[in-house]
Design a binder for this molecule. Structure first.
Ligand code: T4K
Length: 396
């Protein structure tokens, strides 16, 4: 994701046994760490899979997980996917999106790549400086006769201004696809976030609030759309001899589905722990001059997928200065989402990629650091991260 190369297995080994590699080193604190059920709890499901030898293609665990997930999320029509990226590529196919799509440059690169894989041109629009989501006020000016959709991201799990986006979409006859990779379990005070737009796409990647190792899902508004999405993720088959559309293989395997079914049991507890960590960071960081916490405290409907801070000019170090200071101490923070997608070579030639068009996204990408947040993170580790940020700021 970022340009530095990570030796993940060495990293994880060090995190599990920090003293083993270097007894003098500080305990490594990862930015994210997956929640896993006790292995024993998964074994009966694995035995069932081994006995039946049904490994994929919509087997019993796939069906059970899909049903359980739709109940948990409060949506009627959901299709499991192998990951969110293939889900995004498929969502664009399902809506027959072509030409130009308005999107945010402040996201993981998969958002825009899904457009390129469909030979769609992204049209980057600046973000709202408070939410870091696409700014609806900038969307209308970016619409051209070639625009067919808006692809908005609920960045860090903070909901987009869905009402405003949908008003614009209706007025101009555009589709809306939400990249909801970060938004598992997020609710709006006014209803279900995942029911907004034409389609929403979730990620169940290892680093997410809810994981199936790899995985994802598309939320559809009605049974007809879900059926089409299901055909698209299965090569376009409707029965064993009929192919109606050039589909892809986006199916979730029985292993991932069995894990997902089990993971649902503890996800609320995991989100609650994230909420406590979020609150602790905010309380303690409020005393550190120049550090701004994105979002706000006590968001009861949030999932606390990430804990982004902005390192502002009032802080004694630059963003990169703090980033390196923390990493030197074993706190493996990340700069999600720096660099902006629009600066990558396959996008930088686009007129909408120029910095003058994206001043707020450019500023956010130059100031952001995502601090560690995951359910296994202890209070003393949170305090250590905050103390390091406070003391690095004082030392200069
Ligand atoms: N849209 C948006 C807005 C997204 O953020 C993403 C993915 C997508 C779409 C596409 O979703 P998927 O197709 O992946 O379902 C990570 C993830 O790979 C990526 O899924 C995620 N967004 C992105 C924001 O971050 P990296 O390169 O930062 O991950 P990595 O391997 O450096 O892991 C971060 C930390 O997590 C490590 O320090 C250790 C820990 N970790 C990671 C893995 C993979 C573990 O403890 N265990 C693990 O298995 O990209």
């Amino acid at each position: 994701m970022e340009t530095e190369t990570l030796d993940l297995s060495a990293l994880l080994q060090h995190a599990a046994d920090p003293g083993a590699a270097d007894s003098a080193a500080h305990e490594t604190i990862l930015v994210a760490q997956p929640v896993l059920p006790p292995l024993e709890d998964l074994l009966p499901s694995l035995r069932e899979i081994w006995d039946s030898k049904v490994l994929t293609n919509g087997g019993p665990f796939h069906q059970r997980f899909e049903t359980a997930l739709s109940e948990y999320l409060g949506v009627e029509h959901i299709s499991l996917f192998t990951n969110c990226t293939i889900g995004l590529v498929t969502a664009l196919q399902a809506m027959d999106i072509q030409g130009e799509v308005i999107t945010s440059p402040y996201s993981f690169v998969a958002t825009a790549h899904a457009l390129l894989w469909n030979r769609i041109t992204p049209k980057f629009v600046d973000i709202d400086p408070h939410t870091l989501n696409i700014d609806p006020e900038r969307i209308e000016a970016a619409i051209t006769p070639s625009t067919s959709a808006i692809m908005a991201i609920h960045c860090y799990g903070h909901p987009c201004d869905v009402e405003a986006i949908e008003r614009i979409a209706r007025k101009h006859g555009l589709k809306v696809i939400y990249d909801a990779a970060h938004a598992f379990g997020v609710r709006l005070p006014t209803g279900n976030l995942l029911k907004h737009g034409d389609l929403s796409v979730l990620s169940f990647h290892a680093t997410k609030v809810f994981n199936t190792f790899e995985g994802g899902a598309i939320v559809s508004p009605d049974a007809r759309t879900k059926t089409y999405v299901d055909q698209l993720k299965n090569f376009g088959f409707v029965d064993d001899v009929t192919v109606v559309t050039p589909g892809i293989n986006g199916k979730m395997s029985e292993f991932n589905a069995a894990l997902g079914l089990l993971q649902l049991k503890d996800v609320d507890k995991a989100i609650q722990r994230r909420r406590d960590i979020d609150r602790r960071y905010r309380e303690r960081l409020s005393a550190v001059h120049g550090i701004h916490c994105v979002g706000f405290s006590g968001e009861s409907n949030a999932n606390h997928a990430y804990f982004p801070i902005l390192v502002r000019p009032g802080y004694a170090l630059s963003r990169d200065g703090l980033y390196h200071a923390l990493r030197e101490q074993g706190v493996l923070v990340r700069r999600y989402f720096h660099p902006l997608i629009s600066s990558f070579p396959m996008y930088s030639h686009l007129a909408s990629s120029c910095e003058e068009n994206l001043p707020r996204a450019t500023e956010a990408a130059s100031q952001v650091i995502c601090l560690p947040i995951h359910p296994a993170l202890r209070d003393d580790q949170v305090d250590r991260v905050v103390d390091l940020i406070a003391s690095a700021g004082r030392r200069q």
